[in-house]
Design a protein. Sequence first.
Length: 100
Amino acid sequence: MANPNKKRRSHFADLFKLALFVLLLVYSVGYIIQTQADIAEQRAQIEKLRDEINETREENDEYQRILNTDDEEEYMFTVAVEKLGYAYPRERRFYAKPKG
């Protein structure tokens, strides 16, 4: 038989504790999911930066190769023609028209 002196817990307190536990659980799961999404985004940014670093290194290697060559006039000619569009007097240059 139940002890009449023993106080019985209220159902409201049990329900409140359960609701509080569920809220904490939902918040924790949401926080973990958000953190994982942030980590994935940061990893994508790191990969992008690594690609940029590799491109810059390749560019620097090309510049270093150019600087190490003895034929500076050939480099200057290449830059003038290909990048700046210069030509000799009375010289005609024909370029392919891009399709599109």
